[in-house]
Design a protein around this ligand. Structure first.
Ligand SMILES: *[C@@H]1O[C@H](CO)[C@@H](O)[C@H](O)[C@H]1NC(C)=O
Ligand SMILES: *[C@@H]1O[C@H](CO)[C@@H](O)[C@H](O)[C@H]1NC(C)=O
Ligand SMILES: *[C@@H]1O[C@H](CO)[C@@H](O)[C@H](O)[C@H]1NC(C)=O
Ligand SMILES: *[C@@H]1O[C@H](CO)[C@@H](O)[C@H](O)[C@H]1NC(C)=O
Ligand SMILES: *[C@@H]1O[C@H](CO)[C@@H](O)[C@H](O)[C@H]1NC(C)=O
Ligand SMILES: *[C@@H]1O[C@H](CO)[C@@H](O)[C@H](O)[C@H]1NC(C)=O
Ligand SMILES: *[C@@H]1O[C@H](CO)[C@@H](O)[C@H](O)[C@H]1NC(C)=O
Ligand SMILES: *[C@@H]1O[C@H](CO)[C@@H](O)[C@H](O)[C@H]1NC(C)=O
Ligand SMILES: *[C@@H]1O[C@H](CO)[C@@H](O)[C@H](O)[C@H]1NC(C)=O
Length: 444
């Protein structure tokens, strides 16, 4: 009996099937993945024919269990490297027992919308090797704060031995103390989103002795009631290698980019959904991706030479930001803003031609002669892939043209010369739609 098989048996015997129907449905969405509910896992004839490396157990109770008898029949589960529990109630002693039987190739565990009952320190053999688990995610699974206490030291030692990625998302986490911070200091990815996390406790960890998150590359603090980035300077002083910072879904209003972040090798910054009306002193020599979508920006004119991807969709931009200083920009999203025109006299077309992809649909385009260059550009650009053109590029004004695709506009009546300043001030579509009519009447 290999440990792998024993684990599975524990899982199986622990299942209290709550659905009365007992219909079997192990859906392998992709070849490698199997999603089962409690009853399905007993359908061995089906399971044996499947080859999968990911198993998701759903909608069951894993409370009590007894030791197994016949194990060979579960050999099909040996190849699992990712185990997910969704909407499962587990006792902590169940998890404790599982320690001893985890398949050695299991490297990822997700516990989602589940309940961990009866959290109490268990007896572990002193010699227990560290697990091989690389990634652990607890999401919408309330973590009993006592789990973070020193009495769980043996558990922590086992769990964090090889762990590189930890997510405690929507788990009611409020405080982080030195003990806990020390356990997670070798991680490269940490997601503490959707928690009512206390700022003082985040600040305080900088006072823990010899603490450094020197491998931490990616940190997620989505929806964490942040109101300024300055408040992150102290904890972030412990993360010299941080390259990805996700602080989306907070509330910054006026975003002042703090000096402490100028020094970081940050490559990705996510500030989406954060009520931002203004961005000040955003400066970086490393930032490649900036997500400012779903804010209330009317202008954006920060100089970020290294930027490759910029998302300004779902803001209130009135004109296209100047791309002159964004010479490495590949992807630009300015869809769902207040742009009435894309390309103006002042637009440097050669900066646009450097783009690979452009999202600019769902803006209230003003369909007069001034839009001609925009359409010529959109119609003819080969180097830039314009997403959702023509279907999402519609006229908002004048009223008569509302909802018309801008691509279908006729510019015959507009002055041909692109240098003619007059065409940019043509009142709405007067020239465009009235003149041809007059021409017809007077046969000009
Ligand atoms: C969660 O599982 C229980 C059975 O344990 C089931 O009755 C319930 O419908 C499931 N909830 C969801 C959201 O799937
Ligand atoms: C969180 O989990 C509970 C079950 O534990 C479920 O009823 C609820 O819908 C989940 N909420 C979210 C946001 O997923
Ligand atoms: C972190 O890694 C160092 C070696 O780089 C090791 O000595 C230390 O025990 C690890 N800490 C934890 C909590 O795993
Ligand atoms: C945001 O975080 C709070 C806890 O701080 C949580 O209750 C809420 O559900 C989260 N919102 C979303 C959309 O996840
Ligand atoms: C932060 O540290 C101070 C002392 O340095 C202490 O009084 C306070 O309780 C700590 N707060 C938290 C939330 O850890
Ligand atoms: C930024 O965060 C939002 C919401 O939290 C998410 O939908 C989006 O995909 C993230 N952007 C990037 C570039 O990861
Ligand atoms: C964000 O903060 C501002 C002022 O600090 C406040 O007026 C606003 O209601 C907050 N928005 C949200 C969604 O919490
Ligand atoms: C337009 O952009 C190109 C490439 O970025 C640059 O070389 C050129 O100087 C710009 N022209 C003007 C008039 O700014
Ligand atoms: C843009 O392309 C459409 C369809 O090919 C064409 O009908 C229209 O006249 C073009 N507009 C301009 C300004 O080139």
């Amino acid at each position: 009996m290999t440990p792998n098989q024993r684990l599975i048996l524990l899982l199986l015997l622990g299942l209290t099937v709550t659905s009365g129907t007992g219909t079997s449905l192990c859906t392998h969405e992709v070849m490698t993945r199997c999603v089962c509910n409690g009853m399905d896992i007993f359908n061995l004839e089906n399971m044996l024919s499947l080859r999968f490396s990911e198993l998701e157990l759903r909608d069951s109770k894993l409370d009590g269990f007894e030791l197994p008898i016949d194990l060979e029949m579960f050999s099909y589960l040996i190849q699992i490297n990712k185990l997910t529990f969704t909407n499962v109630t587990m006792s902590f002693s169940f998890i404790g027992a599982v320690f001893h039987f985890l398949p050695s190739i299991l490297n990822e565990i997700n516990i989602i919308s589940s309940t961990l009952k009866d959290v109490k320190p268990l007896q572990y053999p002193e010699s227990l090797d560290a697990s091989k688990i690389k990634a652990l995610l607890l999401e919408n699974t309330t973590v009993d704060p006592s789990l973070l206490q020193p009495s769980f030291e043996a558990f922590h030692r086992w769990l964090f031995g090889s762990l590189k990625s930890l997510g405690l998302v929507h788990s009611g986490l409020v405080e982080i103390d030195c003990n806990w911070a020390q356990r997670v200091q070798n991680l490269s990815h940490l997601d503490l989103s959707d928690n009512p996390i206390s700022y003082t406790s985040l600040q305080n960890i900088s006072q823990c002795s010899s603490l450094s998150f020197k491998s931490l590359k990616s940190l997620h603090l989505r929806n964490s009631s942040l109101t300024s980035l300055q408040s992150l300077c102290t904890p972030l002083s412990l993360t010299p290698a941080l390259t990805q910072l996700d602080v989306s879904r907070n509330n910054f209003t006026v975003l002042n980019y703090p000096h402490c972040l100028h020094m970081k090798p940050l490559r990705m910054l996510n500030l989406s959904h954060s009520e931002i009306t203004e961005v000040n002193s955003l400066f970086s020599e490393s930032l490649e991706e900036l997500d400012l979508s779903y804010n209330s920006l009317e202008v954006f004119n920060n100089q970020l030479q290294t930027l490759k991807r910029l998302d300004l969709s779902h803001n209130h931009l009135i004109r296209l930001p100047s791309l002159d200083s964004l010479s490495h920009l590949q992807d630009l999203k300015v869809d769902s803003n207040q742009l009435t025109i894309l390309i103006q006299e002042t637009t440097n077309l050669s900066t646009l031609e450097q783009l690979d992809s452009l999202y600019a649909g769902r803006n209230p385009y003003q369909c007069d002669c001034a839009l001609k260059e925009t359409i010529i550009f959109l119609n003819s650009t080969d180097s830039v892939s314009v997403e959702d053109y023509p279907e999402d590029f519609l006229c908002a004004t004048p009223v008569a043209q509302q909802g018309t695709q801008i691509m279908n506009l006729s510019f015959e009546a507009c002055m041909n010369s692109t240098n003619d300043a007059q065409q940019h001030s043509s009142p709405l579509c007067l020239t465009l739609f009235v003149v041809p009519l007059t021409c017809m009447i007077y046969s000009c």
